[in-house]
Design a protein around this ligand. Structure first.
Ligand code: FAD
Ligand code: NAI
Length: 508
């Protein structure tokens, strides 16, 4: 009996603790404290982008020490790992967006934000050229922002490898708008396929959902789409039962190349069970409005071109450089051999520069272009900048003390000397910031049918697992990683909503 009373007390206290913490987080998020005003006498630190790298930097940066300016065409942070779930309405897109204004309003010293695209970085003149590309424009649409220090965190754009027709006909999956477009197009294909007198061939084409790229983006989207079909579309539009079909096309011999062999096999067999077709060794070479042309490698080593009709085409073949990054690289001679992005040193300083740092997908630091890497790089830069500010402050104090010492009376000199020694010790401690070291926590991907795969680092080893338990782990990991309590609550509600009421099949 005592034992049960004890368990009851622990449960009771934990529940109250969690509720109390959640309530406090919500209150704190809604009631930010007063901020210090912008101080233009401080060094101007310009941060480009509001993605994983830049926001992680902002979150950890002590803005009191700098005159911080953020420039990005997106006035929110996007939790990309759950973006594939927005394409089918499992999660509503606003649940994974966090307004940058909320983030900045919680900083100690005010930070200026300009919703604009950086069109050019003039390295020599230390100026950013920015352009307002939004729908509503004022008299001023273009401006120049000078900087002392610059962090480039603009991410990457979708790779198309110059394949004709991709930009015109395919959907991408990188931004909120992309997910909304896919969601709309899935339902458009379904409704058009069920239009009166549609021919059988056309029905088959319209209901053929083709995903190009067997990396995690393509795999997760294919899994989500098949879930949508099995759990909702089949119920409300049963006549598409035999014709709705998801195909994943990959140029390499297998999907998910970054996962272990065991998990690749698991994903492939799970897709087979779910009736998602995987076409490996199939490289898309051309895209038209109704079919793709792919080069297939046959088992005997010969190659053939095949036409694959589609209703929806989602293109997920990885990253390419943004023009603003390419242009910056062309201005710096040390970057002339760089191909995949801005090459940086172990302190994330862009090689060939002294006052420009790069984080995330636009930087080449020998790590995969993932959110995990970008977030750790951003947090590292915040530590580095906080340290640099402290160092500057101590050095200024030391200079002042030295000046005071030369004009001080003999009896005061010893005290001043002691203070200088103390500052020197402080400076040594502060300066002890090592180079950036990435700590890989593992890779996770949802593969549909309430299954996920995980390659998780565990002490010095690695654990590979796949299945429903891994799916629960995936859910709890991503829920805990959401940016704010608000995001966490909204995502949890969206999951419950989809479970109880199903996904919405109306076309917006
Ligand atoms: P981003 O997060 O892409 O942010 C770039 C920012 O720069 C944006 O705010 C953009 O608006 C802004 N910008 C663009 N151009 C300009 C310009 N000219 N001037 C100023 N600002 C500009 N990684 C994982 O580790 N785990 C996952 O589960 C995972 N899932 C993913 C799912 C999807 C669908 C996608 C697309 C990616 C996923 N990733 C995942 C990869 C991860 O999202 C990226 O590696 C990460 O976003 C990179 O962060 P970043 O800060 O470099 O760029
Ligand atoms: P990716 O680069 O990981 O995969 C792209 C795939 O497309 C490659 O396997 C490539 O062989 C294939 N491909 C390229 N051209 C092709 C063609 N013409 N025809 C057929 N196939 C072609 O790209 P993805 O999935 O967009 O991911 C980008 C980055 O984001 C990666 O670093 C990835 O790790 C990360 N990410 C991580 C996720 C996770 O951890 N769950 C989820 C999504 C992305």
């Amino acid at each position: 009996f005592r034992f049960f009373r004890w368990v009851w007390r622990v449960t009771y206290l934990t529940t109250f603790g969690v509720l109390g913490f959640t309530a406090y987080s919500i209150w704190e998020a809604r009631n930010p404290a007063d901020q210090l005003e912008v101080d233009q006498s401080k060094k101007t630190l310009v941060i480009l982008g509001t993605g994983w790298g830049s926001v992680s930097l902002l979150k950890n940066l002590d803005t009191e020490n700098y005159n911080v300016i953020v420039i990005s065409p997106r006035n929110y942070f996007l939790f990309t790992p759950l973006l594939p779930s927005c394409t089918t309405g499992t999660i509503e897109h606003r649940s994974i967006m966090e307004p940058i204004r909320n983030i900045l309003r919680h900083k100690k010293r005010a930070v200026r934000f300009y919703e604009a695209e950086a069109t050019k970085i003039d390295y020599e003149k230390k100026i950013i050229y920015a352009k307002d590309d939004s729908d509503v424009k004022g008299d001023t649409m273009e401006t120049e922002v000078p900087f002392d220090m610059l962090v480039v965190g603009v991410g990457a754009e979708n790779a198309t490898f110059g394949i004709p027709g991709v930009r015109e006909h395919a959907c991408f999956l990188k931004e909120v708008g992309d997910a909304q477009k896919i969601r709309k197009q899935i339902m458009d294909c379904v409704e058009t396929a069920t239009f009166k007198d549609q021919s059988q061939d056309e029905i088959k084409r319209l209901l053929h959902m083709v995903v190009v790229g067997g990396g995690p983006t393509g795999v997760e989207f294919a899994g989500e789409l098949q879930d949508f079909f099995q759990e909702d579309l089949l119920k409300w539009v049963p006549q598409i039962k035999d014709d709705f079909h998801v195909t994943l096309v990959e140029a390499l011999p297998n999907v998910l190349p970054m996962f272990s062999k065991q998990l690749i096999d698991y994903t492939e067999s799970s897709f087979k069970e779910e009736h998602i077709e995987i076409r490996t060794k199939t490289m898309v070479k051309n895209v038209t409005d109704k079919f793709i042309e792919a080069e297939i490698s046959k088992p005997d080593g010969t190659k053939a071109i095949e036409k694959i009709p589609y209703g929806l085409l989602v293109w997920a073949t990885g990253n390419a450089l943004r023009p603003v990054v390419k242009d910056l690289m062309s201005q710096i001679s040390a970057q002339k051999n760089a191909r995949r992005g801005l090459e940086v040193n172990e302190y994330l300083v862009v090689n060939g520069t002294e006052n420009i740092w790069a984080v995330g997908d636009c930087a080449v630091a020998n790590y995969a272009p993932t959110a995990q890497v970008a977030a750790q790089e951003g947090a590292f830069l915040a530590r580095l900048f906080n340290t640099m500010a402290k160092t500057d402050a101590i050095e200024t104090e030391m200079r002042e003390l030295s000046a005071k010492q030369s004009s001080a009376k003999a009896e005061e000199r010893t005290a001043i000397l002691n203070e200088i020694t103390e500052r020197q010790k402080q400076l040594r401690r502060v300066k002890q910031i090592g180079p950036f070291q990435y700590s890989h926590q593992g890779s996770l991907a949802y593969i549909g049918a309430e299954k996920a795969v995980a390659d998780v680092s565990w002490f010095s080893g690695n654990i590979a697992s796949g299945g429903t338990m891994t799916y629960l782990f995936w859910k709890s990991a991503y829920l805990s990683m959401c940016f704010s309590t608000r995001n966490r609550v909204l995502v949890a509600f969206d999951w419950l909503k989809a479970k109880f009421f199903g996904r919405d099949v109306s076309r917006e």
